[in-house]
Write a protein that binds this ligand. Structure first.
Ligand code: ADP
Ligand code: MG
Ligand code: ZN
Length: 474
């Protein structure tokens, strides 16, 4: 009998507010250790937290973008535990009354939409960061991160494979980036994910015992770790063993996970309402004012791109996955309004460069205007598509405008028919054997002749004219 895997993700997104959630220390990443601290975030006795309104705005944005109900009255709670990175001995989080609940997102699995439920979204503060390696055998703690705002987004156990989990996680990252509330960087830890995994007999409705996977610092880790965990649980059940509810740490270098600790239950934390913070009341006016600031989200943008620019679902999908790419695309169209060509060139040469050099659009100095102008040169037969690729690489390297590069390097296409005809005559004269073979039916040789003309002009001859003249002559 087969097994079905069941997965639920807990995502922590670090919010891009200027200051921390309960004090006015900077929430910026990367400052010198322990310089962004104050009595409040250091947990000194007698200090009081004051909620940062921006954090609530950001959480409302996320709730609206993921179809959640926003609780009119929600409340902060203390989650009690001891750890050296947690000076107060408790984390301020939300428990029975989170800001948002019962949402969903639609993910696209090979063209089929699947609804993934969101159990809840709540606000909380981050803990500090322990530094183990720098001063061994002593461990140090950096409290800059203490009190940096997070939202935790908890999914229902609706995911059925590592692949689905990866798609869902990418989708949520796209949402936080569109909303501009979080960097969405897994490697740097501004977007963190724990995966809960269990398996059950196919057809069964009862959930199996779950394990929780931590230390997943990239999409690849998430997918690999879940895959490994499913296999591990399957082999235990196949031998009639029992799965232990536990937290496991993913070890990417060795491609396996190991137990870290027994999984605690909520009651272990002795949650209780934080008496230092009033219940938070969010009225319709507040929600409305945040709604007005919501940007167009990727699903709406995708639908609009298909409608307005007659793009395929696939193209629209790729172009809208990243907000900056979508913006680049639309800005190109202002200069060169041919959507399909712009889309092909973004999804082709541009994305090839970004992927192969692991760069983002903001790292390269090609403006959408210049990109549009480059395509215009192709469209007006001033350069061939082949030459345009060379020009594009030069644009990436130097940041120069395409027109300047074409002038400087003398790349303007040869479209003068008599000039091309002269070259064709010469090449046919020099390759008599091939000409005879062609005439005897070996028409494949057309490619050879075209190649010779292109070679003679360093790729600058207009391929359409070359083909025409060759056909005529042959
Ligand atoms: P905790 O903090 O104890 O992990 P949460 O309620 O914050 O609890 O998160 C639980 C997560 O685990 C949710 O994403 C939920 O969908 C998922 N989950 C719960 N039970 C199972 C199960 N049996 N198999 C897989 N995932 C589960
Ligand atoms: Mg958990
Ligand atoms: Zn502080």
């Amino acid at each position: 009998m087969g097994f079905e895997s069941v997965i639920g993700l807990e995502i922590h997104a670090q919010l891009k507010t200027k200051t921390k959630i309960f004090c006015n220390c900077s929430a910026m990443f990367g400052a010198e250790s322990n310089t962004h601290t104050c009595p409040v975030c250091l947990g000194m006795p007698g200090t009081l937290p004051v909620l940062n309104r921006k954090v609530v705005d950001f959480a409302i944005k996320m709730a609206l973008a993921t179809n959640c109900n926003i609780r009119e009255v929600n409340r902060f709670a203390r989650k009690n535990y001891f750890y050296p990175d947690l000076p107060k001995g408790y984390q301020i989080s939300q428990f029975e009354l989170p800001i948002a609940e019962h949402g969903y997102v639609l993910i696209d699995i090979n063209g089929i939409k699947k609804k993934i439920g969101l159990t809840r979204i709540h606000m909380e503060e981050d803990a500090g960061k322990l530094i183990h390696d720098q001063f061994r055998p002593v461990s140090c703690v950096d409290f800059n991160r203490t009190g940096v705002p997070l939202i935790e987004i908890v999914s229902e156990p609706d995911l059925r494979s590592a692949e689905e989990a990866g798609i869902y996680l990418r989708q949520l990252r796209s949402v936080v980036r569109y909303l501009d509330i979080c960097d969405g960087n897994l490697e740097e830890g501004s977007f963190r994910c724990d995966a809960n995994v269990s398996i059950r007999s196919e057809g069964s409705k009862k959930l199996g015992t779950r394990t929780e996977l931590k230390n997943l610092n990239s999409f690849k880790h998430v997918e690999k770790a879940i895959e490994y965990e499913i296999r591990r649980q399957e082999s235990i059940l196949a031998e009639c063993g029992t799965i232990i509810q536990e937290t496991r740490l993913w070890d990417h270098a060795n491609g396996r996970s190991a137990p870290m600790r027994g999984k605690e239950d909520a009651h272990d934390y002795r949650y209780f309402p934080d008496p230092d913070l009033l219940p938070l009341v969010i009225d319709d006016k507040w929600i409305q004012s945040v709604k007005e600031t919501l940007p167009e989200l990727s699903d709406d943008k995708k639908a609009r791109f298909i409608d307005q620019y007659a793009l395929s679902l696939y193209d629209a999908d790729v172009l809208t996955a990243d907000k900056n790419i979508a913006e680049f695309f639309e800005n190109c169209l202002k200069i060169f309004p041919k959507p399909k060509l712009v889309s092909n060139w973004i999804m082709g040469p541009l994305m090839e460069i970004l992927n192969s050099e692991k760069r983002t659009l903001s790292d390269i100095s090609v403006s959408p205007g210049d990109f549009g102008r480059l395509l215009k040169f192709i469209d007006q037969d001033i350069i061939s598509a082949g030459i345009a690729k060379t020009v594009f690489l030069e644009m990436v390297k130097t940041g120069d405008a395409p027109g300047d590069i074409i002038d400087k390097k003398g790349l303007v296409q040869v479209t003068d028919e008599s000039e091309i005809e002269g070259l064709v005559n010469e090449i046919l004269n020099n390759n008599k054997k091939e000409v005879e073979a062609y005439k005897a039916g070996k028409t494949k040789l057309m490619g050879f002749f075209v190649g010779q003309v292109m070679k003679a002009t360093s790729g600058k001859a207009n391929p359409k004219i070359v083909n025409q003249i060759l056909k005529k002559k042959l």
